[in-house]
Design a protein around this ligand. Sequence first.
Ligand SMILES: [Zn+2]
Length: 301
Amino acid sequence: MRNKQKLISVVGGEYINLVVLDLLSKSFGDYKKNKFPRKDFFQIGHLENTYSNSGIILTVASIESYMSRLFHHNKELIVENKLHKMSSLQKYLKMIALRDKKFNTTKIPSILAEIFILRDTLMHNHIYDIELEHDGLWNDLSYDQTKVLGGDKKFNSHVDIRKYKTKLFNLNVQPLKIGFEELFISLVVYDLFIAINRIVFKDDPFHLNYNFNSEYENNLSEILSYYHSKNPNDEFKIFINKISKQYFKIESDLFVNQQKSVTNNYCPFCGAFGFYKTKGKHNCAECGEEIIIGEVTTEFG
Ligand SMILES: [Zn+2]
C-alpha cells in the first residue's frame, strides 16, 4: 500500500543541537583561561572568537528559519494585514501583536534587534580601522577603533557608537571582540524566542537532544544555567542576573506550567537566574538553596 505524507522543508532545526552547543563548549574552554575582569584589548583569543562567531551566525539563522516556518503557517494573517513587504523581524513582531494583543511585546523588538545586529556584523563583514600603540617591547599600550564599513538603521539606533556595544546587553559589535559572552546571550535570546512561540503560536518544532557530559539533555535553559554557574567572570554573572530579571523573566500565568526556559528558570527561594540545571542538580548561586533530583556523577571539565 502506498502512503502519502506532506512535509515542510525548514533549515536550521538541528543547528543548536548538533553544532552550536559544541561551539559554546569550545568557546567556553578558551574563555575560562582568561583573567577576569578581562583586559580591554582590541581583540579576544582567536579560538573563543571563531567558535563564538560561528555559533552566533547559526543561532540567528535558526531564529530566521523558525520565523519563515511561522510565516508559512500563518499565510492568511500575512495576506489579510498586508505584511509581505516587511523584513522578517518586523513581520514576526507584527504577527505576535496580531495573534495575541494581551502579550507584552514592548521589549521583544529591541531584544531580537541586538542579536540580529551581531549576525549582520559578522555576515556582512563590518570593517573597522584599528590603531595600536606599543611600548618598545611590542606590548600593547592602547588602541583606537573606528567602524569604516557596515551598519544600518537598526545598528544606529541600538548600538552605543562610542563603545561599539549594544545598548541593552553590552554586546560587542567590533567583530574581533565578539566571544563567549555574546554567544551565551544569543542563546538566552533564542530560548526566549522559542518559549514565546510555544505560547503565542502553539508551535514548537525545534527539539533538543544534546549529549552533554555523557548524558542527553533536552532543555536549553538548564544547559545555559549550568554554564552560568561555572562562569569564572563574576561581573558577567551579576550582569546576567540583572538583565534576565529585566528582560527574560516573564511573570505571566501563561508561563507558569510551561517547560523550563529562560522565562521561568529562576530560584523559587530568592528569584536569581538559572536555578534549574542539568542532571537534576538544582541550586542557587545567590542564596545557596538547593533541590537535588537523582545523583550528580560528573563535573564539567
Ligand atoms: Zn536563590
